[in-house]
Design a protein around this ligand. Structure first.
Ligand SMILES: Cc1cc2nc3c(=O)[nH]c(=O)nc-3n(C[C@H](O)[C@H](O)[C@H](O)COP(=O)(O)OP(=O)(O)OC[C@H]3O[C@@H](n4cnc5c(N)ncnc54)[C@H](O)[C@@H]3O)c2cc1C
Length: 368
């Protein structure tokens, strides 16, 4: 049986650990309390004497191949991007939600609808204490969910860039143990692909805290990006803008930098390699292939969210929210867009998978 020690050797030391928080969240939720997240976001031993060497932390790691096949089979995963039941373009009916959100606010509107109809008592999301900084967060009220809307960056004066890491990635899974402590029996989880995979592996093993997650909302993800001062300066030079001009940043086919006065400076993702978090270079999932519903801006017009419904659970949640809280694009406009969106998602997924596999093979060759 492999243990956390093997995760250190096989995943952390070679630089593959994404810091999703899956291993720590299981260990804490099961009250073993042998692991914790370190100050740089790395999972580590908190009290090695409490480790029972059960090996479950090893199995839930999204970088470990064990359980991936079983989990995929359980969720009817299919080539090339997982199960796809329907693709839609939607946005929140409420203009306030649209204003606060990254794309169409569909994620936020669906979470609110689930909360208001008492399908869930809370949601694992992330909130933004400062520009490009996010923290894992268990939202339990309408206000909490609204405060955690949005994903990448909203306008902020340069002075408010605080110390600490500026990254678009957050260890969302590390707030999962709070579900029990705060009496949340049924939750939705919003996460990027590796976070969804870690939780789905727990579900395959029927281990806590996955029993509390009723809905998995995946976000498309071309990678987590670091926005430290030097990288921000390089981006400024590349895009020919200055940060005080920036109103909003979004990730779709490109990094879209929306400037005051309606101008936009776009940076192709291929040119952003210098900003990608090292461990994200090995990720092979773009569209959160194991979620109930995956959402992103790719393929959708500005202000809309592209929605991939993957199973009955996702379909029911989406249809119910559509009745009350979502506006779906008119069928005649949506039909051609959904075809292009699906092609784009397949294209980006294939490119990400190829890159991840190649880099992983190169890494293994250097380690061997
Ligand atoms: C790191 C990252 C990379 C992304 N890359 C792409 C991309 O390449 N292409 C693309 O089309 N879309 C990408 N997205 C998704 C996109 O930015 C939007 O989140 C998605 O389109 C949903 O939009 P919305 O307006 O419906 O969501 P909103 O209503 O704004 O809700 C977004 C939800 O996501 C949660 N959230 C925010 N950041 C994180 C995070 N880091 N980890 C977990 N949850 C988070 C928020 O708390 C909120 O609940 C990315 C998102 C992230 C977080």
């Amino acid at each position: 049986m492999k243990t956390f020690e093997d995760l250190i050797q096989e995943v952390q030391k070679p630089g593959l650990c994404r810091q999703c928080g899956g291993c720590v969240s299981f260990c804490r939720a099961a009250h073993y309390d042998a692991l914790e997240m370190g100050p740089k976001g790395e999972p580590r031993y908190k009290d090695v004497s409490r480790c029972s060497e059960c090996g479950l932390c090893y199995l839930v790691c999204p970088e470990v191949n064990e359980l991936v096949e079983e989990t995929r089979a359980r969720l009817s995963w299919a080539e090339p991007i997982g199960s796809v039941d329907m693709v839609c373009m939607a946005r929140a009916r409420d203009p306030l939600i649209r204003e606060l959100s990254t794309d169409g606010g569909t994620v936020t509107a669906m979470l609110l609808h689930l909360l208001e109809t008492r399908r869930i008592d809370g949601a694992i999301v992330s909130r933004q204490p400062g520009p490009f900084q996010r923290l894992p967060f268990l939202a339990r009220t309408k206000k909490d969910i609204l405060l955690s809307a949005g994903a990448v960056y909203a306008a902020a004066p340069e002075a408010s860039f605080r110390g600490g890491r500026c990254s678009t990635y957050v260890s969302s899974a590390s707030s999962l143990p709070e579900l029990e402590a705060r009496g949340v029996a049924r939750a939705a989880m919003v996460g990027v692909p590796d976070q969804i995979l870690a939780m789905r592996k727990m579900e395959t093993m029927h281990i806590t805290p996955s029993d509390r997650i009723q809905y998995y909302f995946g976000l498309f993800c071309s990678g987590g990006f670091e926005f430290g001062p030097r990288r921000r300066a390089r981006l400024e030079a590349m895009g020919g803008f200055s940060w005080p001009q920036v109103e909003r940043v979004n990730l779709k086919e490109r990094l879209q930098i929306h400037l005051t006065g309606g101008e936009q400076a776009d940076i192709p993702l291929e040119r952003m390699d210098f900003m990608i978090r090292p461990a994200c270079r090995y990720c092979r999932d773009y569209s959160a292939e194991l979620a109930d519903i995956s959402m992103g801006g790719l393929g959708a017009p500005e202000g809309w969210t592209t929605v991939i419904i993957r199973n009955e659970n996702g379909k029911k949640a989406y249809f119910e929210a559509r009745e009350a809280a979502l506006e779906e694009m008119e069928p005649s406009k949506m039909a051609p867009l959904r075809t292009t969106a699906l092609e784009l998602i397949r294209h980006y997924s294939q490119a990400k998978r190829r890159r991840g596999v190649k880099r992983r093979a190169e890494l293994e060759a250097t380690v061997a």
